[in-house]
Write a protein of this length. Structure first.
Lengths: 288, 289, 363
């Protein structure tokens, strides 16, 4: 019974981890930029949603505005920071470091604005009530989280396969030179990708802020988990990334069954390090 | 007045950290954000031997170096198979793992409680009890480390490191064992970081795992980059600037609550601006780019 | 107010014209437990008003210098460094077991008085001559909690949920020892990091342990979250919290889930206590809309103690320390206090329970 509850807890965390992986992954596999600042976009979306609701704005409106803010922010970063750097021939390392600097800048402005204690997005109490499913306790909120993640994953997969933009993104991912020859503008696609990835980050952030609250460290942890999911699942493999996220959540929770709870976060990193070192292409990897 | 020497001691400590990270980053091109973890190894080794076994501070420094060498050797080989941006993530992983071990292996490290009342270093009966005397001592240590790194950078070994950074494949084709060089420089850089950790523990009188987090690693990275990668003097200037300038915020009566994050924001902004307008840092490696 | 009239009579005021005396506080202004920063500063606010009301001969005054320690030792030490070396304060107040234990050696060697208003770790007793505590330690309250569990609640099995720092470990150890000595069985000890918001993992394990009683060793905001998630997860058993959980945040965060929570408390009662306590409570509530916690009361006293020491002629840290050891049976807003030879006070424990959204005495 304990075991099954832990698995259930793992699936809930894991579905958010999957979303985090997808959000970061779509940006990374398409643009090959290590978008460190993604963690800050995540945080800002969560805090912004909290603040709007705090100012008594309607819940759904707040959510939509926060997602829009994240999209704009992601696009702005690509347009004003990464693109100019690429144009002057900056190396990947230089772009990474400026992304890191940007992350620090945004992250600390959050701390100045909202201090360090966690903020929780309030929702109707009823969806937080725990219900027992044969001994396994879940809340409606947690079920909503799992379903939302699942729908988004399916939606993303269909989008990539069947829409024009989706196919253009895949084209850019696989063969940047060909894309230009064929007449697709890679810069436009990059902007779209940053928007899409940031939107996914925003949704994950809002879900987490409702469920557990958001604090200044949430951004960097979200980023790390996204990265782990992408590396373990295989860059460019969205199914792999989602599965990796899910498995990571489950593994984390089952791990503490026997291992004391304080080692929980290092487990995720242990998994990461093992994969990076021994199998960088991931479980279902496509390319290194 | 004493307070100024305290700040200068911190500058010395971070100079040691910056020049050692520069060996990895500036010379070899390895972006590591695990450096604070190796600082922690030095700090904890010194503290444990000093407090638990009464070993003289100056003898604990080589012990700290040995610990750092052992642990970095352990992770050197696997981690160097990792390339580019994956390396920074792997180093993040190491940082978190070292931090977790320090936090949770309570019987060894006292976990979250840390060590309080760490005694000041003594030598032949003389106690370095004032910040002034500690500053003199730490300056000696710092200059030794800087001289070592400088010498290394100018030696044939150092030239090969730079060549690796510029064009790894050609160097390998020329017959040099690239991995060997990377491993050696990695271990050396981490070992010197441990020395900085020992200096830190000796003056601050209290350490716990929260003194050595990934944020501190990122700060050391910022010092190296802003100071100038591949330039030893640049690291010294970078450390001096990034440690003393924020202290001015204190005197401007900015509340500490805002000053802390504000300081970080300045580092972040500097990183972005430097990458855009002056990627070679304050003191460039070469006269012209 | 009566307290201040008495003080005025014993004020000998050897102040120089317009001299400014400095007193420091390393408060949790930001960080994981900012409510404690609020408690501290609000208590000091009232103390400063009362001190200014009495004043010093020749117009001297006390200045309170606030440093943000965030309940993180390394940040607190940086603040302490500044207080001692730049501001040259002879006396400062702070909270947090980890912070107090980290600052103690520095205060001791700097000959500066550390007045602890909230930290309860047992090691604080031996922290030094210059270290004083206005709050009795975990040794009293966790012991009282364990005794209550066995004798009154007739609990046989308990689980402990505690924060990963000196405070939490202290609470865990004392409760564990006393509970098992009295014949109970401690089924599990689950740890969480300071400021945690997700307790599901720990609570799932606790649920499997099926305890009669859950002892919570942590802070009010964390308790509020934990107890709320426990209800969501269907965790049974009665909850007993440490003195820190007896605070408005526990109730505001947990809401309905807090019903039945038992908290250990000291005689301090701003609603039904002594006239001094009631006046303090009333005054605080009028200004801030909530009742003062014992921590605000303690920082109020901490401010007054500094003033009393200065009025008696003490100026340096050593002189203030010597003065404090002479404080015996002083009637304050938390009761009658005396500092024993280790600089600690001793107060009896009582028990509160949450009924209809409020902390009331346990019947």
């Amino acid at each position: 019974m304990l075991f099954l509850q832990l698995v259930a807890n793992g699936i809930i965390s894991g579905s958010v981890y999957a979303l985090l992986g997808l959000g970061f992954g779509i940006i990374y596999s398409t643009t090959r930029t290590f978008h460190f600042a993604h963690g800050a976009v995540y945080s800002i979306a969560g805090y912004f949603a909290f603040q709007l609701v705090f100012w008594k704005l309607q819940f759904s409106v707040s959510v939509i505005l926060s997602i829009m803010l994240a999209i704009l922010l992601g696009i702005a970063i690509e347009w004003s920071i990464y693109r100019p750097l690429r144009n002057i021939g900056a190396s990947a390392m230089e772009i990474l470091i400026s992304s890191l600097g940007l992350f620090i800048l945004l992250q600390n402005s959050i701390i100045i604005l909202w201090r360090s204690d966690p903020r929780v997005l309030p929702v109707a109490e009823i969806i937080r009530r725990g219900v027992s499913f044969g001994g396994i306790w879940l809340t409606l909120l947690q079920i909503i989280i799992v379903i939302t993640s699942f729908i988004l994953w399916i939606g993303l997969t269909l989008f990539m396969k069947h829409t024009k933009m989706g196919k253009a993104i895949r084209a850019l991912e696989n063969d940047p030179e060909m894309t230009e020859i064929v007449g697709i503008d890679p810069e436009r696609i990059r902007l779209a990708v940053y928007g899409l990835g940031s939107a996914l980050a925003a949704i994950s952030a809002i879900l987490m802020t409702i469920d557990m609250g958001i604090d200044p460290n949430a951004g960097i942890m979200a980023l790390l988990i996204g990265v782990i999911a992408v590396i373990v699942g295989g860059t460019g493999n969205y199914t792999g990334t989602a599965l990796a996220g899910l498995l990571l959540g489950i593994a984390e929770n089952i791990g503490i069954w026997k291992i004391p709870s304080e080692w929980k976060s290092s487990m995720a990193f242990g998994v990461l390090v093992i994969f990076i070192v021994f199998r960088p292409t991931g479980i279902l990897g496509k390319k290194a | 007045m004493e307070y100024i020497f305290y700040i200068l001691i911190m500058v010395n400590t971070y100079i040691v950290l910056a020049v050692s990270l520069n060996l990895l980053l500036g010379f070899t091109g390895l972006i590591s954000i695990a450096h604070a973890g190796f600082m922690a190894i030095g700090a904890y080794t010194t503290t444990i031997f000093l407090v638990r076994y009464g070993i003289n501070f100056f003898l604990t420094i080589p012990l700290g170096i040995l610990m750092a060498v052992a642990i970095s050797a352990l992770i050197a080989f696997p981690s160097l198979r990792v390339k580019g941006e994956h390396y920074i993530i792997a180093s993040f992983g190491f940082q978190i793992i070292i931090y977790s071990i320090l936090l949770n292996w309570v019987s060894l490290t006292r976990g979250p409680f840390g060590f309080a009342a760490i005694p000041r270093p003594t030598i032949f009966g003389y106690v370095f009890s004032t910040y002034f005397s500690y500053f003199i001592m730490s300056s000696v240590v710092m200059l030794a480390c800087v001289a070592f790194c400088w010498h290394l950078s100018k030696s044939p070994f150092g030239l090969i490191l730079k060549a690796i950074r510029e064009d790894e494949i050609s160097i390998a084709a020329a017959g040099k064992n690239v991995t060997y060089y990377k491993v050696v420089v990695f271990i050396t850089g981490c070992a010197i970081a441990a020395v900085a950790g020992s200096l830190y523990a000796g003056v601050i009188s209290f350490i716990d795992p929260f003194c050595f987090t990934v944020h501190d690693s990122i700060f050391i990275l910022a010092v190296v980059i802003i100071g100038g990668t591949g330039n030893i003097a640049g690291s010294m200037v970078g450390a001096f600037v990034l440690i003393t300038l924020p202290e001015i915020l204190k005197f401007l009566q900015v509340s500490e609550t805002v000053a802390g994050p504000l300081r970080q924001m300045i580092y972040g902004a500097l990183l972005v601006l430097f990458m855009r307008f002056r990627p070679q840092g304050l003191l460039p490696e070469y006269k012209k780019r | 107010m009566a307290c201040c009239v008495v003080l005025a009579f014993i004020c000998t005021g050897l102040a120089h014209p317009g001299e400014v005396y400095k007193m420091g506080t390393i408060a949790c202004v930001t960080g994981a437990i900012p409510q404690h920063g609020e408690y501290t500063l609000r208590g000091f606010e009232l103390a400063m008003e009362d001190i200014d009301g009495v004043g010093f001969i020749n117009g001297g005054r006390i200045e309170l210098i606030v440093e943000d320690g965030q309940n993180i030792p390394r940040v607190a030490l940086a603040g302490l460094n500044k207080l001692i070396n730049i501001d040259k304060v002879p006396y400062f107040e702070t909270v947090g077991s980890s912070v107090v234990l980290a600052c103690s050696p520095v205060a001791e060697s700097g000959k500066v008085v550390l007045m602890n208003t909230a930290a309860t770790n047992p090691k604080i007793r031996e922290a030094g001559d210059y270290i004083f505590s206005l709050i009795p330690g975990t040794a009293s309250e966790s012991k009282a909690a364990a005794e209550f569990g066995i004798k009154t609640l007739k609990a046989k099995k308990a689980s402990i949920l505690y924060v990963n720092n000196e405070y939490g470990h202290g609470a865990r150890d004392i409760f564990n020892n006393v509970f098992t000595k009295l014949g109970g069985n401690v089924a599990g000890k689950e740890i969480y990091d300071l400021g945690a918001t997700d307790f599901r993992t720990q609570l799932t394990k606790i649920r499997a342990q099926e305890p009669d009683l859950i002892y919570f060793g942590g802070h009010a905001n964390e308790c509020g979250r934990a107890i709320k998630q426990a209800k969501e997860l269907g965790v049974g058993g009665k909850w007993i919290g440490t003195v820190a959980t007896n605070a408005p945040e526990t109730l505001s965060i947990a809401g309905q889930a807090a019903e039945g929570l038992i908290a250990v408390a000291f005689p301090y009662d701003p609603v039904n206590g002594t006239p001094k306590m009631k006046n303090f409570g009333k005054r605080f509530k009028e200004r801030h809309g909530v009742l003062p916690t014992i921590y605000s009361a303690n920082s109020y006293i901490a401010g007054l103690l500094c003033a009393k020491a200065l009025w008696s002629g003490a100026r340096t840290g050593t002189e203030i320390k010597d003065y404090l050891y002479t404080v015996k049976d002083w009637d304050t807003v938390v009761g009658r206090i005396s500092f024993d030879k280790d600089g600690m006070v001793d107060l009896p424990c009582r028990y509160l329970v949450v009924k209809e959204g409020k902390f009331v005495p346990y019947e």
